[in-house]
Design a protein around this ligand. Structure first.
Ligand SMILES: C[S@@+](CC[C@H](N)C(=O)[O-])C[C@H]1O[C@@H](n2cnc3c(N)ncnc32)[C@H](O)[C@@H]1O
Length: 364
């Protein structure tokens, strides 16, 4: 068991650096979500800060990755707190931010951009950025030490691939080319999500100060319709490549993406059962794979569906390339993402999913 956990922790990371295929240059979708969630962030931060005005506010962003989004959260929080302090006529606090991600994350790029970020801050703002590498499924901080946790687009990643050797979890032949996630998808994924999310909540509730808050946004699924996921689309493409003898079948059989997309009800139920948090808000934000051509400061505009397909394939490459490379080798990567782009163009109108946004307060 322990060795499998270690494997996901070691292999999972987004494409580092600042090159063409990097996460830093291909995270506009996630940026747009951060912008859309900002009013809820504002509400949660204000609620937490009005009961916990401290001289040093400690905030952690869990699953920060690298690139501009890692700093966007910090600057949003700073703006909201400074504004609230002015309104309450209290001194603005010192901010201590902890940027967390797995060990393979490109923390070096973050450190290199720090001077630029510090430069953007107003002179009267003191902000200290720290890195905290490690899995958020477990202890990351001392008890009662953090005021606010934020996590965006990270909690659909599981701590490990569930035990697919068990009979119930094995993919049937029909499933191999299936792009949909349905209620009949392997139940061990739902079980793993429940275990992971429960551990996440328990760990955060220990680490938060009384009255501390948390804002989580991650990919979910609708409970009525069939949902197409990136992992499902990869499986279909890879299955085609097996049929064309471009990939060995046994390689595909052992390729499992450690991602689970939960329904809002599943998430609500787990939070209730775990018992440490009250839910202030739980919303589903409909999100299209192409960010419905973005803007609202998500930028980019596309001339046609081919461009949209290219855009989607590029940002999903920044997320999934390391996993695919580690399992199948570098040779197949270009071909997989070319096919991925074409599939996206065909399926575009169906490619929507809910982003689950949850605002929580620790029950004292
Ligand atoms: C798609 S990125 C999101 C990055 C950023 N929050 C954003 O909104 O752009 C997801 C990140 O979650 C991280 N992640 C996944 N599982 C994790 C875990 N168990 N502990 C810490 N980070 C994790 C991944 O390494 C990845 O960098």
């Amino acid at each position: 068991m322990a060795s499998k956990v270690m494997a996901v922790e070691r292999v999972l990371h987004m494409n580092g650096g600042v090159g063409e295929t990097s996460y830093a240059n291909n995270s506009l979708i996630q940026r747009k979500v951060l912008m859309r969630v900002r009013p809820i962030l504002e509400e949660s931060i204000k609620k937490m800060y009005c009961t916990n005005a401290s001289t040093c506010l400690k905030v952690a962003d869990l699953g920060c990755s690298s690139g501009p989004n890692a700093f966007l959260v910090a600057s949003n929080v700073i703006d909201i707190v400074n504004e609230t302090s002015r309104r309450l006529k209290i001194e603005t606090p010192t901010f201590q931010f902890f940027l967390n991600d797995l060990f393979g994350n490109d923390f070096n790029s973050i450190f290199q951009s720090l001077p630029e970020f510090y430069y953007t801050l107003k002179q009267d703002t003191t902000c200290l950025i720290n890195a905290m590498p490690g899995t958020f499924y477990g202890t990351l901080f001392p008890s009662n030490s953090i005021h606010f946790f934020h996590s965006s687009y990270s909690l659909h990643w599981l701590s490990q691939v569930p035990d697919l050797l068990s009979k119930e979890a094995k993919l049937s032949d029909d499933d191999k080319g299936n792009i949909y996630v349905t209620s009949t998808s392997p139940p061990s994924y739902a079980k793993q999500f429940k275990e992971d999310f429960t551990l996440f909540l328990r760990s955060r509730s220990r680490e938060l100060v009384p009255g501390g808050g948390m804002l989580l946004a991650f990919i979910g699924r609708y409970d009525t319709s069939q949902n197409i996921t990136a992992a499902g689309l990869f499986r279909m493409i890879l299955n085609d490549m097996v049929l064309e003898n471009l990939i060995e079948e046994t390689k595909l059989e052992h390729f499992n993406v450690p991602v689970y997309v939960a329904t809002a009800d599943e998430v609500k139920e787990i939070i209730k059962e775990e018992g440490s948090f009250s839910v202030e808000r739980l919303e589903s934000i409909e999100t299209s794979w192409d960010g419905s051509s973005l803007d609202d400061k998500g930028y980019e505009s596309f001339k046609d569906d081919n461009e949209r397909g290219k855009f989607v394939a590029r940002y999903l490459r920044a997320v999934f390339e390391p996993l695919l490379k580690a399992h199948f080798g570098e040779g197949i990567v270009e071909e997989v993402f070319l096919r991925f782009q074409n599939k996206v163009v065909q399926l575009l109108p169906k490619l929507v999913y809910p982003t689950l946004v949850i605002s929580l307060t620790k029950i004292a």
